[in-house]
Design a protein around this ligand. Sequence first.
Ligand code: HSE
Length: 410
Amino acid sequence: MDKKIKTGLVGFGCVGQALYEIINAESLPFDVSRICVKNPGKARSLSEENFTYRYEELVNDPEIEVIVELIDDSEAAFKMVKQGLVAGKKVVTANKKMVAEHLEELMALKENGGKLWYEAAVCGGIPIVMTMDQFYNYEPIQEISGIFNGSSNFILTKIEQEGLDYHQALALAQKLGFAESNPLLDVGGYDTMNKLVILLCHAYGITTTPSSLSTIGIQHIASNDLDFARQRGLKIKLIAKAVRNNNLVHAYVMPCFVDANQDLGHVNNEFNAVLIKGKYTDEHLFTGKGAGGAPTAASVIADIYATIGKPDYDYYKWHDNREITYSNKVSLPVYLRYNHSAELNEFGFEHIWSEGRYKNGGFVVGEISLDNLWSLNAYIEQKGIVVVAASLLENPQRLFATKDQQTVAV
Ligand code: HSE
């Protein structure tokens, strides 16, 4: 291809800079014409003439075919992406929050001829969105489980393997460019939920919004909890999970125990993993770097390539599978650590298999409905209660039952 495709880049943070460097280092059929950034005063690695502060200069430039949106303000990003699609540009974005919050509106814009790709929005360098949309388009997906956030996996790994404390590990994740500008999005599970919402659409045809679902994060996990896991040969990982039962899909984001020998138990640092169980394909495990400039930029580049003559997403399941809906009417095995025993009264456990005391507070392991947990989400956060699900383990009841203790129906 002699003439290079002209792209307009929005945002010049960690991923934007990595993208620019890769495009310059490799011989690619596209180049970056102009970069739109917000703050004129900021010191940058490129000279001033590469930048504009007015998005209109990109969107109104007839030479620019592709807009690449890489900013972290999801509302500003949505306006820009919308404007780009309406103007007839092909748009590539890595903004998971924006895609998850506005998926239906974006799909409506696509119905009107807009072309949009967002591979880098889900699990950084793992090619999962197009795979889910195309390879699995006819395959009934029974389960998706995975580690979708590099920062929290990095933090948990550093605490577990190197003995860093939570704040040191988070600071390192920020320094390495893995964390969001607001790291609560990472450790609180919200970033993982954004990615899960996107996959729910491609895998099951369910459109929902992150705010209509709930998450529990890793921010209150302490050495008590990690020791509890270690003593049983387990690790704690922040997990996204969706399970289909007939036409109901329940989905959640929360810390989960994984067996150190299980596939997800080997996924450490900023690596992500997506484990898919299909009705006919059985299990597939995808793993790779889920955060960081270069791996994420590599996914963006795959999308920019796709703009040259390849189709964007089909949303086959969304078009044809309307009877599948979301439900949180399911019971989960969980470990719950409280600080004061009175806090336990708020939770309607269906069974308690095991109980114990810590120096401050204690824990129970038992079964509780997802519905109940979500209704107490604000309380869990306010009190710093830790919940770790045992739903990825085989036979959690046996694993956690205290010796000589009977299951207590409550
Ligand atoms: N903050 C995100 C993470 C970046 O840590 O996974 C990639 O989406």
